[in-house]
Structure formats: C-alpha cells, structure tokens
Design a protein around this ligand. Sequence first.
Ligand SMILES: Nc1ncnc2c1ncn2[C@@H]1O[C@H](COP(=O)(O)OP(=O)(O)OP(=O)(O)O)[C@@H](O)[C@H]1O
Ligand SMILES: [Mg+2]
Length: 271
Amino acid sequence: MSSFNDRGELDTRSGLIIMCHGRKGSGKSVIGKLATMNYPGDRFILDVAGDDGPKGPGVIELGSVRVDDMPRRVEHLRPERGVPMTIRYTPDAGSPTHLEDMDAFVGVAYEHSSKEEPAMILIHEIGVVAPAGKTRPHMRRTLMHSRHHALTLIGCGPRTRTTEPLLRAQADLIYGFDTPNQEDREAIAKEIGWDVPAFCEAMDELHGHGYVRYDARQEPPEKCPAGHDPDEWARMHPDLRLTIWDPLPEDVVQRVEAWSANVPEPRRRAA
Ligand SMILES: Nc1ncnc2c1ncn2[C@@H]1O[C@H](COP(=O)(O)OP(=O)(O)OP(=O)(O)O)[C@@H](O)[C@H]1O
Ligand SMILES: [Mg+2]
C-alpha cells in the first residue's frame, strides 16, 4: 500500500494529509498546486498571503469574509450540477478574528467533503493557520477525523517547528524541500520516527527544487533476518517510505504555474 495508485497518481479517495516543508522559494506551492490541479473533486483554497493561486475565471472567490459571515454551506455556489468547483478564500490579515476566520473556512471544507464526494483543501502558509499549540477546533477535527469525511488537506509552510506538530504526526505524505535549518530537519525526522542523521543525509543530497518524500502509507521493508549481511539486505530491500526526488521537470512547473494563474472555467457538459 502507499499514498499513490498503480498509475502513480495520488490516491485521494479516502483523504490524504499532505505537508510540504522547505525554505522560501524551494517549490512547496508548486507541488501543492500540481496536486490541486490534478484533484478530481471540489477544491478549497486558503490563500493566507492573498497572492497565491489557483485563481482565474474558473475559481469562485469568497473574498475576505470573517468568521461570522462565513457561509456554512457552499453548494449553492456551484455553477453547474455535477461539475467540480474551486473556491478560494483570502482572509483579512487585519481582522481581530484572523485565526477564527481561517478556521471557519477549514470547517466549511471539512463539512462539505464526504466519503461519497471527497473534497480537498490547499493551505498556503499552514504555519499561520495552524500554529503549534494554537490549533483551532475545525483544524483539529480535520487532523483527527479527516478520514471520516475523506477530506484531503495539503499544507505548505516554511516554519516547521512553529507549525502544529499534529500535522506531521498525522501526515500521510511529507514533501521535504531544501531545509537549511538543522532544527527544522530534526523536527521532521523525529516526528516521522526517522533516524535523524539518515534524514539529514537525504536532505543533503537535494539539489535545486528537489525534495525528499516520506510516505507513511508505504510498508516498511522486511527486517534483515539473522545470518544475512545487513548492508546487502538494505540494498536489496530499500525503504521506500523515504525517497529522494529530482526537481519537477520544467514543463510541468510551467503548466502548473500557467493553470494556477488563470484557471479556465470548467467545460460545460453537453445538454
Ligand atoms: N522544479 C522546479 N523547477 C523550476 N522552477 C521551480 C521548480 N519548483 C518551483 N520552481 C519555481 O520556484 C519559484 C518558487 O516556487 P514556489 O512558489 O513553489 O516556492 P515556495 O516554496 O512555495 O515558497 P514560499 O515559501 O515563498 O511560498 C517559482 O517561481 C516556481 O515556478
Ligand atoms: Mg508558497
């Protein structure tokens, strides 16, 4: 088992928690937006800084409503029955209820998603939405019970240590981009139960926008039986939970950025 299906696509049917960590500009948002672009159901976008995508004519803008005015349901916003919709929320950073505002949007996504019709939420700047020790109720519920609603959550953020640790503890997938800060690396390694020096060694191998990927759903390799050479065994049975990846190809990055900057309206179905 793994977080991917036989075709190598994310298996989001029962909901996945995906975290993207790494320094500024390392490629977190691109991978988050790639997964969003390919997601088959309804998409919720929580854009904390207000300058990230996806946006465009195919995206329904919720604006900067505050917690009290947050719509409880969004089904009425769907332009056409049966066609997936994308809803983007850009919270007001000056709102006295900033954290509650954002959490209310997470709650909308959580309630909207179901096992029958799974949805996803992409959160840029997850550390602002779920700061360590201050995680709000809807986010906590999402992290504890995302499976019940099959909601997929993709969180991108550079500040590992100040972000709610539950996100990493509950993550099915972690994309670790270039992380120069040693303590941030250690925080990730410790929370996924990985040998810290081995994790740092994997990170040292990264170049450019490359990344390490940790897949918690992947089976660990069989333990080396007595009498076998452990090094030889490890070579023959690599641990596929942690893998090292080259940067996404340029054409893929360009396609994601172009889509994200200008999401087309969904194609109408023939009557
Ligand atoms: N594999 C790649 N190849 C080439 N360019 C890339 C690649 N991945 C990302 N980039 C480019 O690097 C820039 C930063 O990427 P991205 O927005 O994903 O960074 P980020 O980690 O989300 O940064 P921030 O913390 O500032 O949000 C973008 O212009 C993006 O197109
Ligand atoms: Mg980003």
